[in-house]
Design a protein around this ligand. Structure first.
Ligand code: FHN
Length: 485
């Protein structure tokens, strides 16, 4: 088993792709799946992205005065129970006054992301604590009131755009310290009024972001699971309609809103509620059949579950660069993007462990990125035990994680597959590898087999990619090797 397979969902039943009964839905999807415009084509070809969780939580790093918060670092504001410091929420809500990330250099981040191979970034404009990293007109709880004062979202958008990296803005609807926000569906008149104001505020902030930063390619919504938001389906339907009519190329995933029956991500007829499946977080689909042909991305932490800065990485399983390459290759092999999360500290520096992974991943991408960008699932070649196939036209790539002990990689070519391996090379040093059809006498087996010889001199502890040039199968040649039994 490959390590990346451990991150596949095991007990999660995929929503049925064909519903047993079709219901009438008024507030279902506003876009058809498989948009074919350039923005969506670009999205399909990204391969690798970077997520950045940055906010006030970064200043504390998941601990306070020697007390460790056990939950996810960016959730520290919701710390409760006996281990929580006294008046914790109040302390947290005042952290912004001292927020002054002296080391923050958006260009440095963007250059690092570029060197790592990221083609897009998702940046937290506002997480669940409600603190806005841009100077929003619609709340005082924002960066302009901090010691830093400057517009962080602008710095990030400009720097990444300058490096040719597309920007998506993360936006949490849920806000813990907003008196107008509530988790439950509002029932009392007073609550309805409050939540109505919250909805207007949310709408204003979304349009404000889109107006302020016209370069953004997409909105990445989060914190949309509470019943208050779920019950506002008429409002959110209209809001999405208005956003899309003003910004038709914008990409919005399936996490934004639900239908009138409360169905999120997929409506009650199992149709996708956005431009792509936005459910894959820290886990991957088991195999490509789970995706139903939808566009999708996986977002992934380096520690098991922290997105925000965590000072102390001890006693946690930290994914290795090889783990990450495995998760990335599994994602892209199933037509998805893989987005790796970074949680810079309160000064604006990445964790040393993140720097290491960014460097190692970048070095690997320098050699192997053609197996990652713009590739698709290799429909005609069955999954194999060596690693993951990706495909681009007549180029088939096999990223090897499990190297065979005899150095022979055997490629299975099913009878119905139209193309067969013609020539093979190793991306690592571009050397040509011998490939030949294996005459192994499997007469009742309709597959063909091609053996690729790995050089014994190949010494590496990293996954490596073999590039297989395909050519059309010559029917005559294939048939001649069959005998009757
Ligand atoms: O609660 C958040 C979490 O803190 C983090 O932002 C992730 C990123 O995908 N989203 C939520 C959990 O689904």
């Amino acid at each position: 088993m490959l390590i990346s397979d451990l991150y596949a969902q095991k007990n999660y039943a995929r929503p049925k792709i064909t519903p047993s009964k079709i219901v009438e839905i008024k507030y279902g999807p506003l876009v058809r799946p498989h948009r074919s415009d350039k923005a969506m084509e670009d999205f399909r070809n990204y391969g690798l992205g970077q997520f950045i969780h940055w906010g006030l939580y970064a200043t504390v790093g998941n601990e306070w005065e020697g007390h460790i918060h056990r939950g996810a670092a960016e959730w520290i504001r919701s710390w409760g129970g006996p281990s929580a410091p006294k008046d914790w929420a109040k302390i947290y809500d005042n952290l912004y006054k001292k927020f002054d990330p002296k080391g923050f250099d958006a260009t440095k981040w963007a250059k690092q992301a570029k060197a790592m191979g990221a083609k897009y970034v998702i940046f937290t404009t506002k997480h669940h604590d409600g603190f806005a990293l841009w100077p929003t007109k619609f709340s005082d709880y924002n960066i302009s009131k901090s010691a830093y004062k400057k517009d962080i979202v602008k710095e990030v958008v400009d720097a990444y755009t300058a490096e040719g990296i597309d920007v998506f803005l993360y936006f949490s609807v849920m806000e813990w310290n907003n008196p107008n926000y509530m988790g439950g569906s509002p029932v009392k008149q007073e609550d309805k009024k409050k939540f109505g104001e919250f909805l207007e505020y949310t709408r204003n902030q979304i349009f404000e972001l889109l107006e302020n930063y016209p370069q953004v390619k997409g909105l990445w919504f989060d914190g949309t699971w509470d019943q208050s938001w779920v019950s506002a389906y008429q409002y959110t339907y209209q809001l999405e309609k208005d956003i899309r009519s003003k910004y038709p190329n914008l990409i919005i995933g399936s996490r934004f809103r639900n239908d009138e029956f409360g169905k999120r991500h997929f409506d009650s007829n199992e149709n996708l509620m956005g431009d792509y499946e936005q459910v894959w977080e820290r886990k991957l689909p088991k195999d490509v059949s789970w995706l139903g042909g939808n566009d999708w991305e996986a977002v992934m932490t380096i520690t098991p579950s922290d997105w925000g800065y965590t000072k102390n990485w001890d006693n946690k399983y930290i994914k290795t660069t090889n783990d990450i390459i495995g998760l990335m290759m599994k994602s892209v092999s199933m037509n998805g993007n893989f987005v790796l999360n970074f949680g810079p500290d309160g000064k604006g520096n990445m964790h040393a462990g993140e720097d290491k992974i960014a460097k190692e991943l970048g070095e690997w991408m320098d050699v192997n990125s053609e197996a990652v960008y713009g590739v698709r699932h290799a429909d005609d070649f069955p999954d194999n035990g060596y690693g993951y196939y990706t495909k681009k036209g007549y180029q088939l790539y096999l990223t090897i994680f499990n190297r065979p002990i005899d150095n022979i990689v055997r490629i299975v070519v099913p009878e119905e597959t139209k193309d067969v391996p013609a020539s093979v090379s190793l991306l690592l040093d571009r050397q040509t590898l011998p490939v030949k059809k294996a005459e192994i006498g499997y007469d009742v087996d309709t597959n063909s087999y091609y053996d690729i010889m790995l050089p014994e001199t190949l010494k590496t502890n990293l996954p490596f990619v073999i590039k297989i040039n395909l050519t059309a199968k010559t029917q005559k040649g294939e048939k001649s090797s069959k005998a009757n039994m």
